[in-house]
Design a protein around this ligand. Structure first.
Ligand SMILES: Cc1cc2nc3c(=O)[nH]c(=O)nc-3n(C[C@H](O)[C@H](O)[C@H](O)COP(=O)(O)OP(=O)(O)OC[C@H]3O[C@@H](n4cnc5c(N)ncnc54)[C@H](O)[C@@H]3O)c2cc1C
Length: 459
């Protein structure tokens, strides 16, 4: 970045990742004079999609000790939480996501213009729609409100996009009022009457949240959950002593089967000491990106095909109270799990008919007034229709990866063009970097990416 002029950095997306980056940029001594812009259309930057939750039942899925914004200060969030009204009787073991949203807003407010004397970051309440490269080597970030920001560096912190359509080829159901394409769209679930039949696609953390929200809203009719593997997210066990890191045992494994065998050996060693699988898996958390990076493309593909479902339920766990609530709903017959894959959805008047079955078989037809797609975000950047993504993709600056997990990037998060060279002044962080790390979704990984990218931009 040229030093003769004041550096201008524009972050597109003001959820967790954009917020963490803005805060880290403000800590860079060489960026003390930098102009930092944050583009975010929500009513306030900070909480993003995950932490704008309306219900107190929506809990963080990990304990406060791992949720600090700053990797340099691991106890920062836990200390903040301990000072909040909800901690009067003792800090909650799993705080609400709205409390975390408050934490992010407060931290960001301290650096937003016009924070008393300290404002460094200018928030623009709009979306970015394009970021072409000008002849001066700067990117012109074009905003939906007609303005533009001439920037030396642009960072995409766009978060997750709503799930893709679960079934085809007839897509007319997408416009049916009972089809809920985005489980997080504001006011979405409020359109569902208490006695209406509801079918959820997917049984991961999103489905758990939707079930809890419907229960909270007084939903009475039984709910059907269609799940490919029939598993709910594992529940967190009580905290235990950390298990020693055993990355060395996997470091040389370049196949999925080799890594799984090494992991199973470690599980047996742990079991012999009375230690369960959770601390063993957690011990590898800091090294998951390195293990993934060691595998050739074919092995990564194999993992996605055969193990990604199992991985998701073990790695992305529920607070125990959420897992208990789901178990109670199942035991009471309020939630019925239907094993299979959704193949077809047909709109018939007020109803949606859903065909569920194994590949190549007719399967069975289920009927509901509402179908909610909880199948997980669309990661394939070749299919994402967001105007900014489309314009960058069409200009050749943004290349989707061959496994449809995100964007091709270098080790700093710079977007890679077709020929493998970094696109000038264009970076990303967050789930878009899954091709490089696989695990690039949760706070512990994202805050590290934010700190590293800020250090790179401030070098
Ligand atoms: C419901 C839910 C619960 C979660 N719970 C946890 C948890 O408990 N613990 C955990 O570690 N992780 C959790 N996660 C993972 C979560 O993805 C990360 O923790 C984190 O919130 C992701 O931050 P992000 O900034 O990448 O995305 P987001 O927070 O979604 O932020 C992206 C932002 O970009 C904005 N944006 C998009 N396009 C544009 C554009 N063109 N112009 C301007 N702005 C744009 C959006 O408005 C959005 O606010 C959860 C995720 C979800 C969806």
């Amino acid at each position: 970045m040229p030093r003769a002029t004041r550096p201008v950095i524009t972050i597109v997306g003001g959820g967790f990742a954009g917020t963490a980056l803005a805060l880290q940029l403000c800590r860079q001594p060489r960026l003390a004079e930098a102009e930092i812009h944050l583009v975010e259309p929500r009513e306030a930057p900070g909480p993003g999609l995950a932490y704008s939750a309306r219900l107190s039942e929506y809990l963080l899925n990990v304990r406060p000790s791992v949720l600090s914004l700053y990797p340099q200060e691991p106890g920062h969030f836990a200390a903040w939480l301990a000072r909040q009204p909800e901690s009067l009787g003792g800090a909650p073991e799993f705080a609400s996501r709205s409390a975390y949203g408050r934490y992010l807003s407060e931290e960001l407010a301290a650096v937003l213009v016009p924070a008393a004397g300290a404002g460094r970051v200018q928030w623009h309440r709009t979306t970015a729609v394009a970021a072409p490269l000008g002849p001066d080597g700067r990117r012109s970030v074009q905003l939906a409100d007609g303005r533009s920001i001439s920037s030396h560096s642009v960072v995409l912190a766009l978060g997750n996009f709503p799930p893709p359509p679960p079934a085809g080829p007839d897509l007319r159901y997408l416009t049916h009022p009972g089809y809920h394409a985005d489980p997080w769209a504001a006011g979405n679930l409020r359109r569902i009457g208490p006695t209406e039949q509801v079918l959820l696609i997917g049984s991961g953390l999103t489905a758990v949240d939707v079930l809890l929200a419907l229960r909270q809203d007084g939903h009475q009719a039984p709910l059907t959950v269609v799940s490919r593997h029939g598993r709910w997210p594992a529940a967190h066990e009580p905290p235990s002593a950390p298990y020693p890191n055993f990355y060395a045992a996997l470091a040389s494994e370049t196949t999925v089967s080799g890594a799984v065998a090494a992991f199973k050996r470690e599980l047996r060693t742990a079991a012999a000491q009375g230690i369960g699988w959770q601390p063993v898996l957690d011990a590898l958390r800091p090294d998951l990106g390195r293990i993934w990076a060691e595998w050739p493309l074919a092995e990564r593909h194999r993992f996605l095909q055969h193990l990604a479902g199992l991985w998701a339920v073990g790695r992305h766990r529920s607070p125990p109270q959420n897992a208990q609530a789901v178990a109670a709903l199942m035991a009471a017959g309020q939630v019925v799990l239907h094993l299979g894959t959704v193949r077809e959805i047909i709109a018939e008047g007020d109803l949606l008919r859903v065909r569920v079955g194994p590949h190549g078989e007719v399967g069975s037809w289920l009927t509901a007034q509402h179908v909610i797609n909880c199948a997980g975000p669309l990661l394939d950047y070749a299919r994402i229709a967001d105007p900014l993504v489309v314009s960058l993709r069409e200009a050749g600056y943004l290349c989707p990866d061959p496994l449809h997990l995100g964007i091709l990037t270098d080790e700093n998060g710079a977007l890679l063009e077709d020929d493998g060279t970094p696109a000038p002044g264009l970076y990303t962080l967050g789930s878009s970097r899954r091709p490089a790390y696989f695990e690039s979704t949760a706070v512990p990984e994202l805050r590290l990416q934010a700190a590293a990218l800020a250090a790179h931009l401030g070098a």
